[in-house]
Write a protein of this length. Structure first.
Lengths: 340, 536
């Protein structure tokens, strides 16, 4: 095992990876060409496989790839069975039936053309790329470290998430332990009966454990800086800001004639939430152990992401641009190297 | 440092203790002793406010820490001055890595990152945890978990440390390590430590004073000699001293050895204790395994083990945490099938039996007896068991009465004392009269009286023809009741023989009496009393 200190000092701020990933999703949505999407997805996979962290979430890129492939296959199958007919070169013909009048909008089976398959793949590529980008981002960062870099006001909520991720496996272990003990009691009877027989000791055990945990957290000072007063102001500001952001996104996606400045709404709402967070964190005397610092490598990541988005959105699609995009996506590998 | 004045605690009208007055001085190492369920843990928790803030109950009188009343302070407000470590350290962990766990309290206290880093490094060195810093909590051994829990409390630089049964889950060596560490904190760092513990033989020699929770509401504090002279619960060492009316009362093996010189001489000529008598004869082998190997994935848990368990015999399986004791039990109850080798129970292979017929051959009492119990009352539990196993109505209840006559059958199993709950689980398992009875760590949390009781029950069952197997760390219990001892280390059988032969040969597993009387082979006070009788 490598010494932990060496690894810790080269940690990249998790928000940098997320910034990079979010910029890449913009690049993917801006890309008009399927090959650009393929280049982005391939680059992302290369980066996440080389630079991923060594925590339990490192495998999420693998699952994301499976998920993306499954989505593509499902889309293909559905389109071949039910999809609209698209003229072109017929590859094979599915048996078709005539559907009743009230289902006339849907066709079942019929000829499958290569144009149709390409269209489906092209449509699916965007979704698959987005899935892969998110999988990569979570395998490159640890959710726990992301929680650590949240604003102070959210620190305690973050602790609860971490505690529950360590507490749940203990409950699973106690279920296993109790089931084996019960089986050796030679329990006979209906399934429902034996379920309650396992459940009652499990619940009792979980209750005892959570009381132990509560005692431990309490005596270790958890929540001692919680400020009772002034919480209301910051909480209502946060709520207002979040509502404003939802409204802004809505206006952005579905333009209305009354309010045609969605970006301004978004910006104001974001500002309100940030002030709310700052206010609620201001009174908390909380600190973070070994916080991850923003270094040059980290700052470069979102910048790289944005430049990919800019390239994909503006440049003409030639083989040279494709290669350039691929290189740009893979750039983190070049200067970060292998992390694990 | 800590003072209680006229402190009383009541839960729902029942008094736990009343009018307690005691004062603990700075830098003292204090032991809290008392029977199971006497209120030791409650008293410990009163000292940092967990009782009544978290557990409820009605507290009167006053509690001062550092000359400040803590009646109106929450435990979290005391986090910087008092560290508290509960019975199950794993249940109290909040992070998944050792290093982050050590920092948790400091994060809540709002210390600067530089200070935190420095203290974490210091604590890692002080407790010898540096090699474990990046490890995940679940992969630590019980002794390591206990040390991390202590470290996590220490980083806040408290003046006082409260520990609730810190060694009950540990093997003798790991327990010694933890206690030596506490001793060092008292002597080198000037920490005040209060520790609640049942296994007095492990702790008594280290402490300055003893708080005795009598169980009838009285709580007294005195020096160890006075406390032990009056106590009903004493480690074997003190029992021997009482038998021999040694004065002053020795607290350490070394003191006792000096006083025992004449006793050793007398015993040298006395007939050795001899083997224990099995009234069940002939000792017929019921369960045996022949060079079995058991693996979990790539990890080999048991390697090439051959042993047998005889009817009428109590066998003890000992060894470090993680040495393979639990795997051995799991293999004999058919939860795990050996990858290599053969295992039979009365001629049957456990893996080929249905769970119904298997439960007629082997009974298993888990470490947590509550795992087996699901009914609303003791009566209902016994009736359900008779029905499940097709026994004549009343069999389980009769057996339970034989084991503990004074148990209240209307109580909910959760409301029983630890010893009574164990007795109920044992009755439930033994009612079907399985020839092989396995018990995993049965004495955790039991006081000396409950342990002596368990010993005589097990002996009775063995005399009726059961083969009994205990997996345990409790050396004194083994010395008292076991006929045979097997020692496992890293999945291999390193010793298998008569209790006397195995225990006396090992410095880690030698019981107190043997340490005092070596080189003679006496292991228990009973043996000594027996040998002394004809002389008197």
């Amino acid at each position: 095992m490598k010494p932990a200190t060496a690894r810790r000092s080269t940690r990249i701020h998790p928000l940098a990876w997320w910034g990079w990933a979010i910029a890449l999703t913009f690049a993917a949505s801006a890309a008009a060409n399927t090959w650009t999407l393929v280049a982005i997805a391939a680059g992302v996979v290369v980066v996440s496989l080389t630079c991923r962290s060594d925590g339990p979430w490192r495998h999420s890129i693998n699952y994301a790839i499976y998920l993306a492939a499954t989505l593509l296959v499902i889309r293909l199958v559905i389109a071949i069975l039910f999809g609209a007919k698209i003229p072109g070169h017929v590859l094979f013909t599915m048996p078709s039936t005539h559907l009743p009048q009230w289902l006339s909008g849907i066709s079942l089976g019929g000829p499958v053309t290569s144009e149709k398959i390409l269209l489906i793949l092209r449509e699916g590529a965007k979704l698959a790329t987005l899935v892969i980008i998110f999988g990569a981002a979570s395998s490159l960062t640890q959710p726990k470290e992301l929680l650590k870099s949240l604003p102070r006001a959210l620190h305690e909520a973050g602790v609860i998430v971490v505690v529950s991720t360590t507490f749940l496996p203990q409950i699973v272990a106690s279920i296993k332990r109790i089931r084996t003990a019960q089986r050796l009691r030679g329990s006979r009877g209906s399934r429902g009966l034996s379920l309650t027989r396992v459940l009652i000791p499990v619940i009792e055990d979980a209750l005892t454990k959570s009381l132990d945990l509560a005692a431990a957290m309490e005596s270790r000072g958890y929540g001692r800086t919680q400020e009772k007063h002034g919480r209301r102001v910051s909480a209502s500001m946060l709520l207002l800001g979040l509502l404003g952001m939802v409204a802004g996104v809505y206006l952005l996606l579905i333009p209305t004639s009354f309010i045609n400045f969605p970006w301004a709404v978004l910006a104001v709402a974001a500002a309100i939430s940030i002030i709310g967070l700052w206010l609620s964190g201001k009174n908390l005397r909380l600190t973070v152990y070994r916080p991850i610092k923003w270094n040059l490598e980290a700052i470069a990541l979102p910048i790289l992401g944005v430049s990919v988005a800019a390239t994909a959105g503006t440049l003409l699609h030639t083989n040279a641009t494709l290669l350039f995009i691929l290189l740009l996506v893979c750039a983190p590998v070049l200067y970060l190297g292998r992390q694990s | 440092m800590i003072s209680l004045t006229n402190t009383s605690l009541r839960y729902q009208g029942d008094s736990v203790f009343a009018d307690v007055n005691l004062e603990i001085l700075a830098g003292e190492f204090v032991l809290l002793m008392g029977a199971t369920g006497s209120g030791k843990s409650s008293l410990l928790r009163v000292m940092n406010g967990l009782t009544p803030h978290l557990t409820g109950g009605e507290l009167t009188g006053d509690v001062h820490v550092n000359d400040r009343s803590i009646r109106n302070l929450r435990p979290r407000d005391l986090a910087a001055s008092i560290g508290y470590i509960g019975q199950d350290p794993l249940a109290g962990f909040v992070s998944d890595r050792v290093e982050d766990e050590l920092a948790f309290t400091m994060e809540s206290l709002g210390l600067s990152p530089e200070v935190m880093r420095k203290r974490v490094e210091e604590t890692l060195d002080l407790l010898g945890l540096n090699a474990l810093r990046a490890r995940s909590m679940a992969t630590l051994s019980a002794g390591e978990q206990q040390r991390v829990a202590i470290g996590a409390a220490l980083t806040a630089h408290p003046k006082i440390l409260l520990l609730d049964e810190p060694t009950s889950a540990l093997d003798p060596t790991a327990a010694d390590e933890v206690l030596a560490l506490l001793q060092r904190l008292v002597h080198d760092v000037g920490m005040t430590i209060i520790i609640a513990e049942h296994r007095l033989e492990r702790v008594v020699q280290y402490v300055d004073r003893i708080i005795h929770v009598h169980g009838d509401g009285r709580v007294t504090i005195s020096d160890p000699v006075t406390a032990l002279r009056e106590s009903e619960f004493v480690p074997p060492l003190i029992e021997l001293a009482r038998l021999e009316s040694w004065d002053p009362l020795p607290l350490t093996i070394r003191d006792a050895r000096r006083l025992a010189e004449s006793l050793r001489e007398r015993l040298a000529t006395a007939s050795p204790p001899g083997k224990r008598h099995n009234t069940f004869l002939p000792a017929e082998t019921f369960a045996l395994c022949d060079s079995i190997t058991v693996t979990y994935g790539k990890r080999v848990a048991l390697r090439d083990i051959s042993l047998s368990f005889n009817r009428g015999t109590i066998s003890a399986v000992m060894g470090r945490n993680g040495a393979g004791k639990s795997t051995l039990l799991a293999t004999f109850v058919g939860l795990k099938s050996p990858d290599k080798g053969a295992l039979t129970l009365g001629g049957h292979k456990p893996s080929e039996l249905s769970s119904q017929s298997l439960s007629r051959l082997v009974g298993f009492v888990p470490q947590e007896p509550g795992d087996l119990l699901f009914s609303e009352s003791v009566t209902a539990e016994c009736e359900a068991n008779d029905k499940d196993r097709g026994l004549i109505a009343g069999t389980t209840a009769n057996l339970l009465n034989l084991i503990t006559p004074e148990i209240d059958h209307r109580l909910h199993p959760r409301d029983l004392s630890e010893g009574q709950r164990l007795a109920l689980a044992l009755a439930v398992v033994a009612a079907a009269e399985p020839p092989l009875l396995l018990l995993d760590e049965p004495t955790r949390g039991l006081d000396y009286r409950a342990k002596a009781r368990l010993g005589s029950i097990l002996r009775k069952l063995a005399n009726e023809g059961h083969a009994i197997v205990l997996a345990t760390h409790d050396v004194e219990l083994v010395a008292e009741i076991a006929d045979r001892v097997m020692v496992l280390a890293e999945g291999e059988l390193v010793a298998d023989g008569d209790t006397e032969e195995v225990l006396t040969a090992s410095p880690a597993f030698a019981p107190q009496i043997q340490k005092i009387l070596a080189p003679s082979r006496f292991m228990t006070v009973r043996d000594v009393a027996h040998a002394e009788q004809p002389l008197a």
